[in-house]
Design a protein around this ligand. Structure first.
Ligand code: 6R9
Length: 649
């Protein structure tokens, strides 16, 4: 199959000063990694990390897939992100905060250091948080969230951030799984010019469970009235001023966990993805240099929320480890109008802009020509992440936002990978629209069959990483067996289990990798990952529901939307089922789990052995013709009935 996607060469002027300047240079690095994998990583670990004590082995594979990197090395991630920059960057802006209502604050590295040290002392002295304790953050996008993350890293506590859109129930589950000692939250913050609240959700979560929590630290942001539990709740703003300005950091092992981040899989409850200290921070920093080509004078903006992995690695840890200026934005890019993001680029002279396809589609739809009204000449690199981008959105991003001058880095990676895996290099890679292109140097990404056979050009296969890499997930918190089963159970290469991402991909004849999307039961709504099993479990909590099946349906803006089939128990009629189920999803998981379509059907298509034929349900939700063989179904007439119900929806 010969395809004719256009190819865009890197901007030659940009390439001159880029970290990686050509494909020759790329292949040289990648071949070096192939020939001497450990030697390759050693060189970067030695150059980039501020070691407090040297490691004695690069990679320990003796207990695969529980890999260890930089064995016995000592470091502190907060030192790597803050202290070590004080010598030459004390007065440089570390965090450029812009509030929802336009308030701007420049926090220098010196100020960041002071605030993080104070917060670290507060956690250590007032709340007795020690190395290895878990701290849950349920925070808005305000600088205090960054201070809290870095303060945890400083004293060796493991943070677990729960996205502010998750419900009390979801928050409680995560607090309990991690057995957190402390919760850090805020009264609330601002969105679209109005206050919104978070503290109540924490109160509700803790009234339902989370008995391990000894205290709640509350940052006052919007100063709206909140409930206060005497003895349990503590006011950050009152306490912080009393803290010492210096807090010695804990000496951490390379493999000590830095954080947990819960994410959805194809089965069961969300899993606590556990990341390490050394390997994670090394790759976070290296990808800032390679993929975003971060330079000293740059102002870098990633629009994610810190509640997701993109916010962890590419708002906080990566940029700060690289000594960059990172923008933190409380609001949404469409408020007060569709020009907000572009105005921010102009005002702050932003050089790298990193966002999700959903946001690009919304901004495109709201203001085709909007970017041309602003001076966007500071932009150098545009990034996208979270879901496959479609060629029209890509083209608009490239031509109108980037003025056909900026590279687009379509970065494929996951919560579990810690950092970018497959992405163009802005000064080297000739790019094709909506294509993640090549694995980064040192990353062995392959498109294979379950038995390890490489796929031919044009054939979709399993996207696997066939060698361990420094920033990879270490385990699932409290459940190592699930870690092994979830990621190393589906594909082998040379007889050894390899990491399977859950995504499908296709390689073209030039070797370019295009991600085709999840091949497991995970739905991606606006870049938010949700397991169908998790949604189904929530729907089943409704007493009138006998059976439920959840599938994805393509959506213009969100990429995918949630489509739910339900079978009611006999004798049950539920007129308001749609609102009812959505209210349930919003309380069990959060508003991000709301369904666009809820269809009541007389039964589900099942094989004679009782297995639900999800492929048929997916085709129906997409409005596709049914091409699957339905003769093996227990009751094939059900398909026609479901189709007509789905059409009405
Ligand atoms: C970083 C992040 C991971 C899933 C991943 C894939 C999808 C991410 C993508 C992409 C196509 C890209 N995904 N980047 N699909 N092109 N550039 O999003 O992590 O929330 O764990 O989601 O997102 O399906 O498996 P996470």
């Amino acid at each position: 199959m010969k395809e004719h996607r256009p190819v865009y060469q890197p901007n030659p002027e940009f390439a001159q000063n880029a970290a990686i300047k050509s494909m020759d240079e790329y292949w040289e690095l990648q071949n070096k990694a192939k020939e001497d994998y450990e030697g390759f990583w050693k060189e970067y670990a030695d150059e980039k990390i501020d070691w407090l004590a040297p490691y004695d082995q690069v990679l320990d594979e003796s207990n695969a897939p529980f890999y260890k990197w930089f064995v016995n090395g000592k470091l502190n991630v907060c030192n790597q992100c803050v202290d070590r920059h004080l010598a030459d960057k004390a007065e440089k802006t570390a965090i450029l905060f812009e509030g929802d209502r336009g308030d701007v604050e420049h926090i220098t590295y010196a100020e960041l250091s002071l605030r993080v040290n104070r917060m670290a002392n507060l956690l250590r002295e007032k709340f007795g948080v020690v190395k290895g304790d878990r701290v849950v953050l349920y925070m808005p996008m305000i600088p205090e969230a960054a201070y809290a993350m870095l303060a945890c890293a400083r004293i060796g506590a493991i943070h677990s951030i729960v996205f502010g859109g998750f419900s009390a129930e979801a928050l409680k589950d995560r607090i309990e799984d991690a057995e957190a000692k402390l919760v850090i939250t805020a009264d609330g913050a601002y969105r679209k010019g109005k206050p919104y609240m978070l503290k109540q959700v924490v109160d509700d979560a803790l009234s339902q469970g989370g008995k391990s929590v000894e205290a709640v630290l509350v940052v006052k942001r919007n100063n709206e009235e909140i409930n206060w539990v005497e003895g349990r709740d503590h006011n950050y703003n009152e306490l912080i001023g009393e803290q010492h300005a210096e807090c010695p950091y804990e000496v951490m092992d390379s493999e000590d966990p830095l954080f947990l981040l819960y994410t959805s899989g194809s089965t069961g409850k969300p899993k606590g993805v556990q990341h390490s200290s050394a390997g994670y921070i090394l790759w976070a920093q290296m990808t800032m240099e390679w993929v975003f080509d971060i330079k000293d004078k740059d102002v870098y903006w990633c629009t994610a929320d810190i509640g997701w992995i993109t916010g962890h690695t590419y708002i906080i840890y990566g940029p700060l480890a690289a000594g960059a200026t990172t923008v933190m934005f409380e609001g949404v890019p469409t408020y007060p109008d569709a020009g907000r993001a572009w105005k921010m680029v102009q005002d702050h002279k932003i050089s790298q802009f990193y966002t999700a396809p959903t946001a690009i589609r919304v901004l495109h739809k709201m203001g085709e020509d909007e970017p041309t009204k602003y001076d966007l000449s500071s932009l150098k690199v545009l990034g996208t992440v979270g879901e496959p981008i479609d060629p029209p959105a890509w083209k608009w991003y490239y031509e109108v936002v980037g003025n056909s001058r900026c590279a687009i880095v379509d970065t494929w990676w996951q919560t579990e990978t810690g950092g970018h895996m497959i992405s163009p290099l802005p000064g080297a890679t000739p790019i094709k629209p909506a294509c993640a292109t090549f694995p980064l140097p040192g990353i062995m990404a392959e498109v294979i069959d379950p038995d390890g056979t490489p796929k031919e050009a044009g054939e979709t296969g399993l996207l696997c990483i066939t060698k361990p890499w420094p920033s990879m997930i270490r385990t699932i918190w409290g459940d190592p067996a699930r870690y092994e089963k979830s990621y190393f159970g589906d594909a082998v290469k040379d007889g050894k289990p390899v990491y399977f991402s859950g995504d499908g991909a296709v390689i073209d004849e030039d070797g370019y990798i295009t991600i085709t999307g999840r091949v497991d039961d995970v739905i991606n709504v606006s870049g938010h990952r949700m397991g169908t099993a998790e949604i189904e479990a929530a729907v089943k909590k409704d007493d009138s529901v006998a059976e439920v099946a959840v599938v994805a349906r393509p959506h213009d803006i969100k990429g995918e939307s949630i489509f739910i089939y339900i079978v009611l128990k006999e004798g049950h009629i539920n007129k308001d089922i749609k609102n009812h189920i959505n209210a349930l999803l919003s309380s069990e998981i959060g508003n991000i789990a709301k369904a666009d379509h809820i269809v009541e059907v007389p039964g589900l298509p099942k094989t004679r052995s009782g297995k639900i034929m999800r492929r048929i349900l997916r085709s129906i939700a997409k409005g596709e013709e049914i091409t699957q063989d339905i003769s093996t179904l227990e009751d094939s007439s059900i398909v026609e009935q479901i189709i007509s119900k789905a059409r009405e929806a």
